[in-house]
Design a binder for this molecule. Structure first.
Ligand code: SAM
Length: 261
């Protein structure tokens, strides 16, 4: 039976051997490490990842991919047929002994941001996260303050990770061919991350960017504007500035100051 590609699962399978090598070579695990793959599909990356001899755990939502993935399973390669977003990753990781953790995947694009939020919320520390996303999303993730692409997700991501766009992948390298080009990005955890409550941080970022053309005074009017003004002033800004002007550390300080009990 031929494989039926499911649009609802974002199934665009990578066909190009050189690109597959490039992605897999962006991580450098040892046999003592653990690799998590998100969405192995037909196993394009999975097959190649096995060369590292590391423990490999791949999460795939579509059981029809058994036909591709069964032959790849062995003592160190495990496929979990489930929705990645529903997994308790910290609990899953307790089943394995390893030194460093790497996360890799050609992501299903309909859930790119939920997957990244799930990784952050799971409090698992990966040495490197190498993922393929839509090219324009990669630009948003790695944007700098003041640029058109800079938004709420940029702030969140840049607080937790050093974000690097590695290379662009043409849409023609996939089957079925998607509508847009993709890009591979690398996220590396910042270990100097001071603790900030993720829900509150997210709340302030979302409110600040709610209306893109409005300034901080308008977007944060439901909060104590005296506190907002004080924090902004400390960084050389005013309530007339827009969220897109401000770097992630200012949002961290705003969250801390506004929710100080
Ligand atoms: N890794 C393969 C490749 O590079 O050719 C497939 C990539 S394809 C863009 C995304 C894969 O993620 C598909 O196999 C899809 O079935 C799977 N997927 C979609 N939603 C998922 C979810 N919530 N949890 C786990 N896997 C998911």
């Amino acid at each position: 039976m031929p494989f039926v590609y499911k649009k609802k699962y974002g199934q665009n399978f990578l066909q190009d051997k050189t690109i597959i090598d490039h992605i897999v070579n962006a991580i450098d695990p040892t046999p003592q490490d653990l690799i998590i793959e998100i969405g192995p599909g037909s196993g394009a990356l999975t097959k190649n990842l096995k060369k590292y001899g590391a423990t490999l755990v791949a999460y795939e939502i579509d059981p029809d991919t058994h036909k591709y993935l069964d032959s790849l399973e062995d003592l160190k390669t495990h496929i979990i047929y489930d929705d990645f977003l529903k997994r308790d990753l910290a609990l899953d990781m307790q089943n394995y002994e390893y030194n460093d953790l790497y996360i890799i995947g050609n992501l299903p694009y309909y859930i790119t941001t939920p997957i990244i939020l799930h990784l952050i919320e799971s409090h698992i520390t990966a040495k490197k996260i190498v993922i393929m996303v839509q090219d324009e999303v990669a630009d948003r993730f790695s944007a700098t303050p003041g640029s058109r692409e800079y938004g709420a997700i940029t702030v969140l991501l840049n607080y937790y990770f050093k974000v690097d766009k590695l290379f662009v992948v043409s849409k023609t390298k996939f089957y079925p061919i998607p509508n847009v080009d993709s890009a591979v990005i690398c996220l590396q955890s910042k270990d100097n991350c001071e603790d900030v409550n993720l829900d509150k941080f997210n709340q302030i970022i979302k409110a600040s960017f709610q209306f893109k053309r409005k300034n901080m005074r308008n977007n944060l009017k439901q909060y104590d504007l005296n506190i907002v003004e004080e924090v902004l002033k400390h960084h050389g800004f005013t309530l007339d500035n827009r969220a897109e002007d401000l770097s992630y550390d200012i949002f961290v300080e705003l969250t801390r100051s506004l929710f100080k009990s």
